[in-house]
Write a protein that binds this ligand. Structure first.
Ligand code: PEP
Length: 276
């Protein structure tokens, strides 16, 4: 079995059009070399997937993904983007259920389940996000919310399908606020997630990333917790030098368990090197 890889995932949200994405890649590639044991994932806006894919070609450690997809392959869904379309542009991953999709655009647990299932059927890796809001946290409902959100995906997938799923715990109150969960709090929720998967028959290690105001100053302390398989980062991933710094500091901090899961070989996520 291969070593489990540490994942650094950049969610650019509605930033960096195609020209900016290309300029980012040029600077970033000059600053960051491939390293054993880590994968670099980028989620640019859909219109920048092709440009970023082309710019990252030849880097086996880099994989590009979509921020959102529709579960149907085509049809009358104005403004929607399908999985085959993002794959044609070069995406090998997709975010599903990011809190901004859930809370600003009304995405439901049921839709998250459908998108996850459709991504797996099409052969791209879903990075499914879960997390509680501040009022849910203050009301002592964190566990209940996480169990419900994970349950919606468990309900539509066979246990074996989880081999190709990656999760992110992203407390909504921590996203873009400058307030990150403590390493212990994040580790505790990651354990809760794994326990929930285990109870429902998922017997292998599903990678769980942490997201929410991760930056160069806190990434090392978060990644010392073995429960964290990586980070999903918004604001601190927008600048090539800043993101490179997060990756370097995070890579130095992580004590990875040996054995287990290798994201690039087992997920079939592919990397930019595999693309034509
Ligand atoms: C995110 O967008 O998934 C995120 C975690 O954002 P930020 O790092 O800015 O909190």
């Amino acid at each position: 079995m291969n070593e489990r890889k540490l994942i650094f995932a950049a969610n650019w949200k509605m930033n960096h059009g195609a020209a900016e994405a290309q300029a980012f890649a040029e600077k970033f590639l000059a600053l960051t070399s491939p390293a054993d044991g880590r994968s670099l994932w980028f989620f640019p806006p859909a219109v920048s997937i092709a440009a970023l894919t082309a710019a990252m070609k030849g880097r086996p450690d880099v994989t590009v993904g979509a921020q959102n997809v529709h579960w149907e392959p085509k049809g009358a869904y104005t403004g929607g983007i399908s999985i085959p379309m993002v794959m044609e542009a070069g995406a090998r991953l997709t975010l599903v259920g990011h809190s901004e999709r859930r809370h600003l655009f009304g995405e439901t647990d049921e839709q998250v389940g459908r998108k996850t299932r459709a991504a797996l059927a099409a052969g791209i890796t879903p990075l499914v996000c879960v997390g509680e809001t501040l009022s849910e946290r203050d009301g002592g409902r964190t566990e209940q919310v996480i169990v419900r959100q994970i349950g919606a995906v468990l309900g539509v997938l066979d246990a074996q399908a989880w081999h190709k799923v990656v999760l992110a715990y992203e407390p909504v109150w921590a996203i873009g606020t400058g307030k990150n969960a403590t390493p212990d709090d994040a580790a505790q929720i990651h354990e809760l997630i794994r326990m929930q998967l285990g109870r429902r028959g998922v017997s292998f290690h599903v990678p769980v990333l942490y997201g929410g105001s991760v930056n160069a100053g806190n990434v090392a302390s978060l990644l010392t917790r073995p429960q964290l398989d990586g980070v999903l980062v918004g604001g601190a991933s927008l600048d090539p030098a800043g993101w490179s710094d997060v990756i370097v500091r995070g890579s130095q901090a992580k004590v990875r368990p040996s054995g287990g899961w290798d994201v690039s070989s087992e997920l079939g996520a592919g990397s930019q090197e595999d693309l034509p």
